[in-house]
Design a protein around this ligand. Structure first.
Ligand code: ADP
Length: 464
């Protein structure tokens, strides 16, 4: 099958979150399964830092190669993409995001024609690429080149929909009739993700549980009705993890490599992490790690409300992340008060993230909702026991067999579960058995990629 995967961030070229991990790993797994895959993404400034050779195809398009022979095309435009951030700067979202991503979507459809890559499937991800199915079924409807092309939209987080003022609608080049409740209109605004959901042949999300949750009022962010109408076309496929990238045996950024056969070496990484974080070097104190966006979605409303109590427990806590300013301020103040308990790193830092995954005992991920979540899967591989709220992909990957789970999103429940984890931690024998079991869990891309092939086939079999 010929598959064009379109995403606004892709590892190893540009990353702000899990979407990039997925968009970088799924194509490799599909290639392994014998499929012909290309990737198209915006040509941001950050791409130059990837250390992979980039070549010019023509004015406005470059390309690179990953895997055995997967071409990654970069849609360039200095005015739109030659910036430090992908979607925003310190002041917030870029004001011209609609111009930027509609340009990317149109250019992608033009590029596929120019390079004569006639896709069976265009697999788009999140709102930034969601105009592609819209354009295909409207502006490109009569173009013979795309006659047999089908589209899949993967929703990585329905909380981010690409909302823009009505006044910007003419920029899309679409007929005004599409600005209606049945189409792209959403409470007086343009909703790009909604457009993608209506026009794509199949919609999927990144875990089975989340695919059900988003069809409810509680988790649907207002789009549950749109999904309800397309119930038969909605699927949930758990993300995999690229174990060649996330592997404590080969990770170059950690002080001591280890595997299931020499787990003791994991604790050299704990010592190192405590050193880096200027925390007391103590083996018997449980070290909790967080690598996350600092957002309410990730459980920071609970954590913020509990932080004083947490700092009085006999534990250590390392936090790496960026996000809402209110959490930056709150945590900065707490660190001043409890410098021996909590260590805070307000930045995006892949190397430190790996030191936290390997050096912590427990990975704290109490997300209020979580489409899939990669942090818990990475931490399992590194023998760091996840503690999670039972939601979305966390519910599909963490159980009492490999971690700690709480069922009610309440402060008391989170604290109680942290106390439970600390109690088990004290029992060294029991803890090491748990670590061993955790490290054996395998969420490989191979199985997930096979499931993607099934929904690609399903899309292909749909009528024009
Ligand atoms: P998200 O909702 O942010 O996409 P995921 O759990 O799906 O959450 O994926 C987050 C990815 O981003 C993981 O690979 C995680 O290690 C990484 N990550 C998140 N915050 C940081 C940070 N501050 N520094 C380095 N890596 C980070």
């Amino acid at each position: 099958m010929k598959i064009a995967l379109c995403a606004s961030e892709v590892v190893p070229f540009a990353k702000t979150g899990g979407l990039a991990d997925v968009a970088g790993a799924l194509p490799l797994a599909l290639e392994e399964l014998g499929q012909e895959v290309i990737i198209v993404m915006p040509g941001y400034k950050a791409i130059q830092n990837s250390k992979i050779k980039i070549q010019k195809l023509k004015e406005g398009v470059s390309y690179s190669i990953i895997g055995k022979n997967i071409k990654v095309y970069f849609i360039e435009n200095d005015a739109y993409f030659n910036r430090d951030g992908l979607y925003q700067d310190k002041k917030g979202d870029y004001k011209d995001n609609l111009d930027r991503f509609s340009y990317y979507c149109k250019s992608t459809l033009e590029l596929l024609k120019e390079i004569n890559f006639k896709p069976d499937i265009i697999h788009v991800h999140d709102w930034q690429t969601a105009l592609i199915p819209v354009y295909l079924k409207t502006l490109y409807k009569k173009i013979p080149f795309y006659k047999n092309t089908k589209t899949i939209l993967t929703i990585h987080n329905i909380g981010y929909q690409g909302l823009f003022p009505k006044e910007e609608f003419p920029k899309l080049g679409l007929d005004w009739s599409l600005f209606s409740v049945e189409m792209l209109e959403f409470y007086g605004k343009i909703n790009i993700l909604k457009g993608g959901m209506i026009f794509s042949d199949i919609i999927n999300t990144v875990s089975p549980t989340y695919s059900k949750e988003i069809q409810t009022k509680e988790f649907g962010f207002g789009l549950e009705g749109v999904l309800g109408k397309r119930k038969k076309d909605v699927f949930g496929i758990l993300n995999g993890l690229d174990y060649s990238i996330w592997n404590p045996e080969t990770d170059r950024f950690i002080i001591k490599n280890y595997s299931i056969s020499n787990i003791e070496d994991k604790y050299k990484n704990k010592e190192e992490l405590q050193k880096i974080c200027k925390l007391p070097i103590k083996e018997d104190v449980p070290l909790f790690g967080i690598v996350s966006r600092l957002a309410e979605q990730k459980g920071f409303d609970l954590l913020a409300a509990l932080i004083e109590i947490i700092c009085k427990m006999n534990l250590q806590l390392v936090i790496l992340g960026t996000g809402d300013l209110k959490y930056h301020v709150l945590l900065e103040n707490i660190v001043k008060k409890y410098p021996k308990i909590i260590s805070l790193h307000l930045k995006f830092d892949d190397s430190l993230a790996r030191k936290i995954y390997s050096g912590s005992d427990i990975f704290l991920m109490p997300s209020k909702y979580e489409p899939c979540g990669l942090g818990q899967m990475i931490s399992l591989r590194y023998g760091t026991i996840p503690l999670v709220f039972k939601t979305g992909g966390l519910a599909d990957t963490v159980t009492s067999d490999n971690g700690f789970v709480f069922d009610n999103y309440k402060k008391e429940d989170l604290i109680k579960t942290m106390e439970d984890a600390m109690r088990v931690f004290k029992d060294k024998k029991r803890w090491m058995k748990l670590v061993e079991r955790a490290m054996q869990y395998n969420f490989s891309w191979k199985e997930s990629a096979k499931k993607y092939l099934q929904i690609y086939e399903r899309a292909k079999a749909k009528a024009q």
